[in-house]
Each structure stands twice: as C-alpha cells, then as structure tokens.
Design a protein around this ligand. Structure first.
Ligand code: NAI
Length: 695
C-alpha cells in the first residue's frame, strides 16, 4: 500500500472500507491519491470483496485538492486519473460522506455509484472562488445527476449545500440520520446484489434536463458574471454537456481548467481567496485570546444605518434593542425595517414565518438606559463627534461591565469616543456599509486602547453576522473611505478639466466596477457628502453647486444625471455639462478632451498611492487586507484582485511614474506619488514591503 498512514483498507463481510486520514481536511494530495488508487486496485482484485465504501476520518470527508500543489507539475495519479479508475470500477463503490465534501472531494463522490451523506454533510464545488472551473468532472457529472439548470448556480456561486438540500436536489441518494457507515454498507451491498450494469452518472445524459431551461439560467448568470473568466468558463463547460459526448466534454473541462490556471484574472481571484483567509490573522493579538460571549445587542439610532444593523443582528438570531430619543424617529426606523423585510417576503427570498421570527427579535426603546442589558452596543447616530462622545459617556454609566461599545462612524476619531468612557479597552469601531443588511464588509476599527479580547469579540461577532471583518487602525476614514476620497477628488477634478460625468463613469464600468462614481453618488444622495464637507470646512465646487441647485441625486430626480419620470438609470444632462463649464471658467481651469486611459489612471492610481500610505502607517496589516476591503465594500472587480494587487501587477514604479506624469499634465499636485510609493518604486519592491506585519 502506497502510504498506509493516510489510507487504510479493511474488508468485512464482503465490503471493503477505504478510509482516508489526512488531517486537517483530508485534502487530495499526491500521497492520498496514490493510496486511494492502490486501495481501489486491491479491493477490485480481491475476490472476497463484493462492494466498496470510501469514507474519511474527522469532520471533513474530503476538503478538495491540495492547493499547495497548485502551479506545480502534476504528480500521478492525477485526480482525473483517480476518478477515471473509480468510474471504471467493476464493483459498486459508495461514498460515505460525513462533513464537508468540496471540490475534488465531491468530484470523487460523483464518480462513485451512490452517495450516502450524514446529517452534518456539506457538499459543494467552490473552484470558481479560486478562479477555476471544477477540473475533474464536476461540470459534467453534477449536471447529469441533478439537471444542468440546477447545477449551474451551485457551480457558479461555489456555495455548499447541506445534507437535506443535497438530498432534495438529488446530489446524494440517501441522507442518513443515524450512523453513516452501516447505511452506506447496506446501500453498497444492495447494489452488488442487484447485479447488472452499475449506475454511472456519466451515462445519464437524459438527466441534463431541457436545454432551454439551462440557457435561460445561463443568460442571466452570464450578465452577472461579466468579466469573471472562471464563472463564464463554468457556463461553457456545463453547456458542453449538451453538445459533446461525455469524454469529449470532460476533456474540454480539463483544458479549460488548465487554461484558467494560467489566466491573469484567475490568478487574481486566487489572490482574493487567500487574502480573505489571511484577514483572520490579526497582528499583535495574543494566540490564546478568548472572545466574549454576545447574547444580546443594542443599536443606538434607528436611521439608515441603525435600522440595517438591527436587521443584521436579527438575521443572525441575536435579539437587539433599537434605541432612539423620540417615538416618532423610532417608529419611522422600525417601519423601514418592516418594509425592508416585506420586500424580501414579496420577492420570495424570505418566508413570512422567518420574517416574523426576525421582527420579534427587534425591540424599539427610548433612551440610552435601554442599552443596560446588551453585550454589544453599536452606536449609529448622526456623524457628530460631540454627540457621539456624549453617548459613549452615557453608555459608560449604564452598560454592563464587559459590554463591547462600538461606533459605526465613517470618519470620526474612535479614540476620542473611547476617552469619553472609563473603559477605553472596550471601545472600538464596527463600521458597516450601506445597506448594512446587504454589504459584506465590516471594518473593525482598533483604537489605541482597544483590548485584545474586545477586538477578538468584534471580529468573531462580525463573522457570526455573516460579514467579512477586516481589522483596521484608527484614522480619518479608515481604509475604505480614506482611499475613496482620493478617487472622489479626482473625479470632481476631471469634470473641471473637461471630462463629462458619463465619461468618468464609463471608465470605471469598463475597468470592471458595476457602477460609476457619479451614478453611485446619485444613488446614495449628494447631501451625504455635502454635510461632511460643511462639517469639515471642505469644498468640492461641482458637487456643492449641484447641491445648491437642489440636484441631490436620484431621489430628487436629478443629480449628476437626470432621472426623468422616476427612471432608475440616469441620462446625461446638458444642464450639468453647462454648470461644470461655468465653474471651470470661474476657477480659470482650462478644459480639454481627456482620454479614457487618463481618466481611468487618475481614478485608480491615487487610491493605490493612498493604500501605500495606509500600509506605511500600519492602518492596514497587509496589502491583501486593503484588497478585501475594496472587494467587499466598494465593488472592486474580484478578477482584478483588489487595488493593491493591481498595483503590484502594474508595478510600483509604473504607478509612481504615471502619477508623476498626470500631476505634471494636469497641474494637480495632489497626484504626486507619496514618499512611501516613491520608495517602493525606487527599490523595485512590492506593496507587501510596506506592511509592518507579515503575519
Ligand atoms: P441617519 O441620520 O439616517 O440616522 C441617525 C439616527 O440617529 C436618527 O434616526 C436620529 O434620530 C438618531 N439619533 C440621533 N441622536 C440620538 C441619540 N442621542 N440617541 C438615539 N438616537 C439618536 O444617519 P445614518 O446614515 O444612519 O448614519 C449613522 C452613522 O453611521 C453615522 O456615524 C454615519 O457616518 C455612519 N455611516 C453611515 C453610512 C451611510 O451610508 N449612511 C455608512 C456607514 C456608516
């Protein structure tokens, strides 16, 4: 036997049990593959053996391919070779699936003659998240098992389903409530007893389902997947199941997999996958720190954010008290929450009972004393430091000892809020993004005094809330908004120099953002930025003039675009072009035609420069953390890996040189590269060299 430690084979009453033990996740590394192939050959040759079971130790059946082998030459037997051997086995093989069965693990199970899952099983093909397609038959066998239209979303989103869903979809033949192995053994013996040809998924072309249903789903999915090479390739592979014989379609899938391994966009997606894992490692945190228990939450303020954050808690099953100063504001806030849930029910994405259960977890109260029972308080009142300090001082008096005191502030000084309390170690930022119940990003802002266990609590809570928590340092705007401010400033400046709003937006959409800068501001409302500028004494001539003219965005029917008759898609407005021209003339800024490339670079490169400063100051621990912020909070296209990854693809020297050239040409000195970027450019280093922590 190739490696007896990893794979064991035992025969009992005519059934061979092949057991995988390769902790932590039973990944399909070369030694495991060789051991499995060997055990399968032994069991096939053994005349005592009538049927074969494949099972695994631990909480995972098979976690998938061994990603450390990615990019290295393949060591035989390859996964497709192993799967071909399973497929060709003359004796019935049953996969006994307990725990997570992902990627190559599921592909193996699909080549077996039956699948029995335990109640804790999770099955999925997450390859698309690594910028790949399933490369060992997943795109061919899953559609032939459950139908192409049903397989499409599973393969395209890469999300795993649980045992009950798997049974409903037909991915497994049996979901065992009790012991997995006896159930799997019974099934294997039944197959042996039945005799005749073994049921092989490869032969089930008939189960693909109607081509039209697949094409309809594929058309909608292609739109959403625009620019994501892996997602589009998944669609092509599934389509091949209709168009080619099984072996040819399998070969097509393999070619596609190998091509994507080399694709730059696919490499960027793999970077994203690893960057999202790396955020869990928080520099400076002691290893043994224990998060505090959170059983109850309070949210102060029932405005846009407060209402959304309350929903986030309720959605995670955590009871939450929403606190306002006046009944009217409270009623308005809770009515908005109810309306939001009603929309989900109407759309069919939420069951009415589930809505009722969630609504019952949300309680409205007046006055901060109602925060006394909460284990975490999230403050989401107006963006006003004086008010927030008052609230933190009050919370200090009433909150239970050990309660986490968090602010949802977008820009303000967390330390100033902490100092308003006698327990600064419990204070931090939990910066949600709008709409809070939808957006995945959570910036967890570590103040100067934030204690390790308070930080750990916020991060763990963030995950429990279904968010992607990224720990950032305290500074004006933290990571995301601080970088966005550079893009916003250039967008405004480009208008004055001669670009139209629609040209600026088109550049961003072409780059891969779903929405342009100005369409986004129109949607959010121009008054938000206006208020911030007034409070901080800043100006933005075009934006200010639009606000003064009542052009507050989509809700006003006009902003950077006009929205005739309540249209959601704005149309370019000559009145805006004229207004911009007038302001540029007043300011003496000469106007010219600005090419697409210059627009794109001036929007994107200053953000990368700001990222360099953020790393140098230690506000973000790693370039990848900044990428995760932009991917989950600001719609940065995943296949471009994030702003800092993009910066490395271009090279710091190129970024610095282009910024210098744009500063020269436009006369805008704010475009000059920072000393941090200059240093990287000079030394030919990557952005990671600026990171203080290499954890
Ligand atoms: P909002 O104006 O919609 O809501 C603020 C709410 O706080 C109002 O309902 C107000 O009645 C209530 N409030 C004021 N003083 C209070 C007090 N003493 N006790 C209880 N409630 C009080 O504001 P929004 O947009 O929800 O913003 C709230 C916070 O979230 C701000 O710090 C903002 O910077 C931040 N934020 C806003 C985002 C957005 O897109 N709107 C995104 C992320 C953060």
């Amino acid at each position: 036997m190739a490696d007896a430690g990893l794979i064991s084979l035992s025969v009992e009453e005519g059934v061979a049990v092949i057991r995988i033990a390769n902790p932590p996740v039973n990944a399909l590394g070369a030694a495991v593959r060789a051991g499995l192939a060997d055990a399968l050959a032994h069991a096939t040759a053994d005349p005592e053996v009538r049927a074969i079971l494949i099972t695994a130790e631990g909480r995972t059946f098979i976690g998938g391919a061994d990603i450390t082998e990615f990019g290295k030459p393949a060591v035989p037997p390859t996964l497709p070779e192993l799967i071909a051997a399973l497929d060709a086995c003359p004796k019935p093989v049953v996969a006994a699936i307990g725990g997570a069965t992902l990627g190559g693990g599921l592909e193996m199970a699909l080549a077996c003659h039956a699948r029995v899952a335990s109640a804790d099983a999770k099955l999925g093909l997450p390859e698309v998240k690594l910028g790949l397609v399933p490369g060992a038959g997943g795109t061919q066998r899953l559609p032939r098992l459950i139908g192409a239209a049903q397989a499409l979303p599973l393969i395209l989103e890469g999300t795993a389903v649980d045992a009950a869903q798997a049974l409903r979809l037909g991915m497994v033949e049996e979901a065992s409530e009790g012991d997995l192995l006896p159930a799997a053994r019974r099934r294997a013996l039944a197959l042996a007893e039945a005799g005749g040809a073994l049921p092989r998924i490869r032969d089930r072309q008939d189960r693909l389902g109607p081509r039209e249903a697949f094409e309809a789903a594929a058309a909608a999915a292609s739109k959403r997947a625009a620019g994501n090479p892996a997602a589009l390739a998944c669609i092509d592979c599934i389509r091949a199941a209709f168009e080619k014989p099984f072996d040819a379609a399998l070969a097509f899938e393999r070619e596609t997999f190998l091509r994507l391994m080399q694709d730059e966009r696919s490499k960027a997606l793999r970077h994203v996958f690893f960057a999202e894992r790396a955020i869990a490692r928080i520099p400076g945190q002691p290893r043994d720190v224990m998060p505090r228990r959170v059983g109850r939450a309070a949210v102060v303020g029932a405005g846009t954010m407060g209402g959304g954050i309350a929903m986030v808690f309720a959605n995670a099953g955590i009871p939450v008290t929403v606190i306002e100063t006046a009944q009217e504001a409270l009623d308005r806030g809770l009515a908005r929450v109810a309306a939001n849930y009603a929309t989900s029910v109407q759309r069919g994405s939420l069951l009415p009972e589930e809505r009722d259960r969630r609504m019952a977890l949300i309680e409205g109260r007046l006055g901060l004393d109602a925060a006394a029972t909460a284990d975490v308080v999230v403050e989401a009142v107006f963006e006003d430091l004086g008010l927030k300090r008052e609230i933190f001082a009050h919370l200090d008096r009433v909150a239970r000892p050990g309660a986490l005191l968090a602010s949802n502030t977008s820009y303000l000084d967390i330390d100033a809020m902490a100092q308003a309390t006698g327990r600064p170690g419990d204070v931090l930022g939990m910066h949600f993004f709008s709409p809070a119940n939808v957006m995945k990003l959570l910036e967890v802002v570590r103040g100067a005094a934030t204690s390790p266990d308070a930080l750990a609590t916020a991060v763990e809570l963030g995950r429990r809330l279904g968010k992607v928590p990224v720990v950032v340092g305290a500074c004006h705007g933290f990571v995301g908004n601080r970088m966005l401010a550079r893009r916003t400033a250039q967008a405004e400046r480009l208008l004055l120099e001669g670009a139209a709003p629609e040209e600026v937006d088109a550049a961003l959409v072409e780059f891969g953002f779903r929405m342009g800068q100005f369409a986004m501001i129109d949607l959010a409302g121009l008054d938000i930025g206006w208020r911030v500028r007034k409070a901080t004494g800043k100006t933005a001539p075009v934006a200010d003039a639009l606000c003064e003219a009542g052009r507050l965005g989509q809700k006003a029917g006009r902003g950077y675009y006009s929205y005739p008759d309540g249209a959601r898609q704005g149309v370019p407005d000559p009145a805006v072009h004229e207004l911009i021209g007038r302001i540029a003339a007043q300011l003496g800024i000469p106007r010219r035609e600005i090419g697409r490339e210059e627009i794109t670079e001036r929007l994107i490169l200053p953000m990368i420069d700001e990222g360099a400063r953020i790393l140098e100051e230690g506000i973000a621990a790693r370039p990848g953390d900044i990428d995760v912020v932009w991917l989950n909070g600001y719609g940065w296209p995943a296949w471009r890996g994030g702003p800092m990854y993009h910066g490395d693809v271009l090279g710091a020297a190129t970024v610095a040189r282009r910024l210098e050239a744009h500063a020269e040409r436009s006369g805008d000195a704010s475009l000059r590269p920072s000393t941090a970027l200059d240093r990287l450019a000079r030394d030919g280093q990557e952005f990671g060299a600026l990171a203080r922590a290499t954890a």
